[in-house]
Design a protein around this ligand. Structure first.
Ligand SMILES: [Zn+2]
Length: 140
């Protein structure tokens, strides 16, 4: 019996597949790495901005809607204001959040399809622009 362990690392956040009005078709929206914070009276709206890879139209993915700023830790809030890279990654990788806003991500499928199981004991390869896959094989 052969056991194959696969480790998938992201090289950059996966794109969101979304209908672009300007392009008139579904395109890849790429994470811009920027948050947008909008104050509405006492509340905040926070989005992560994506851009159509074809025409640069932007799409704001809602992270928080009408949230009381006091309910967010101040260092997190500061991270939204300063476009903190780790925070961007946290939300850009949150496929559950992205799915909740009705976007398809072509994440796991493409990765799994392209794995070659007949490789060597360990091999690392790049899949597209978004994944690095390391395959470890252990025979039992
Ligand atoms: Zn577009």
């Amino acid at each position: 019996m052969q056991i194959v362990n696969v480790d998938i690392q992201y090289l950059s956040p996966p794109p969101a597949i979304k209908y672009c009005k300007k392009c008139g078709k579904k395109t890849e929206y790429v994470c811009s790495g920027l948050f947008r914070v909008n104050a509405q009276r006492k509340y905040l709206d926070i989005w992560l901005i994506y851009k159509c890879s074809n025409c640069d139209s932007t799409w704001n993915m809602t992270i928080y809607s009408r949230i009381n700023p006091k309910s967010i830790a101040s260092e997190i809030l500061e991270g939204f204001h300063s476009n903190n890279g780790e925070l961007v990654e946290k939300y850009a990788m949150d496929t559950e959040l992205i799915q909740n806003v009705n976007v398809n991500q072509n994440v796991d499928h493409s990765a799994h399809q392209k794995i070659d199981h007949h490789g060597k004991n360990q091999s690392t390869r790049r899949v597209g622009n978004f994944f690095m896959i390391t395959i470890f094989e252990c025979s039992v």
